[in-house]
Write a protein that binds this ligand. Structure first.
Ligand SMILES: [Zn+2]
Length: 275
């Protein structure tokens, strides 16, 4: 994919920019990933292409067939670009299992469907040669993190954490089971917006994960460029999209300069905020 390489150069996103789906098995990419993790560094990973492309009108909930790759490849490339600009070190989409990084989706029980405790399953994968193990998808950040800590204790690491950006709870652990607080109805798959994590939720998750020593960090289904930017910034990166990070100080309504606009503007601000 020469165009993707060109994008990587253009935005200077990463030397680990894969040339094919997800993690390429090429030695260059593999060594780059492993070396970075071995040196104690981190890798930010934007997943969630299916969901974001559905939200944009290019994919169907239900069959989840990514026909967009053939029918509208420029839409996929645009999303790649957005995630790269937002700080994702890895560009992946529509992938299946990869040799080096293996993440499990923990649903309600903290065990696999063949009754192996998740931390133990991750350890076995690690013992079998996986370079990175951990969890992705299904659970939101607050519900994933306690189990991630158990995985971290059971394994040597590095550990991956890529939750869905939804407010799942102790009683509604997965985004398949979460309900609309207003209607009480299940919201999967097309009404999840009402339980979507805020940017602050994601920032707090990234801070928690960083403190816990999670090196392979990101978000799964429901992810967006603005959320990936939050993660990247917490992990000390300064991606190009940080140029557009929120700066309310510059707002003529809410910022410091609001005073300069006179009484009329101050009154408008009070009307807007309900003061
Ligand atoms: Zn997912």
């Amino acid at each position: 994919m020469p165009k993707m390489k060109a994008l990587a150069r253009l935005f200077g996103v990463s030397r680990h920019f894969p040339t094919s789906r997800c993690f390429s098995t090429s030695q260059t990419v593999k060594q780059g990933l492993l070396k970075r993790l071995k040196d104690g560094g981190s890798v930010v990973v934007a997943e969630g292409y299916l969901w974001e492309l559905e939200r944009r009108g290019f994919l169907q909930f239900g069959n989840f067939l990514p026909e967009v790759v053939l029918e509208k490849p420029e839409a996929v490339e645009m999303l790649h670009e957005e995630f790269a600009l937002a700080g994702s070190d890895v560009i992946e989409a529509f992938t299946v299992s990869v040799p080096a990084v293996i993440t499990l989706a923990a649903h309600f029980p903290d065990r696999t469907t063949d009754e192996v405790p998740i931390p133990e399953a991750c350890k076995r994968l690690e013992d079998q040669g996986a370079a990175v193990v951990g969890l992705n998808c299904s659970r939101g950040p607050d519900i994933m993190m306690p189990l991630i800590r158990e995985v971290k204790n059971a394994c040597k690491g590095p550990i991956a954490a890529l939750p869905v950006p939804y407010r799942t709870t102790g009683k509604q652990k997965t985004f398949f089971s979460v309900k609309d607080p207003k209607s009480g109805k299940l919201v999967y798959p097309d009404n999840l917006d009402c339980v979507r994590c805020s940017r602050t939720d994601i920032r707090l998750f990234a801070e928690d994960a960083k403190e816990a020593g999670i090196q392979y960090i990101g978000l799964c289904c429901g992810n967006s460029a603005s959320l990936t930017r939050e993660v990247a910034e917490v992990y000390g990166k300064n991606p190009p999209a940080s140029k557009y990070s929120t700066s309310t100080e510059q707002s003529f309504i809410f910022g410091d300069s609001a005073q300069d606009y006179g009484e009329e503007m101050r009154k408008l601000a009070k009307f807007m905020k309900g003061e």
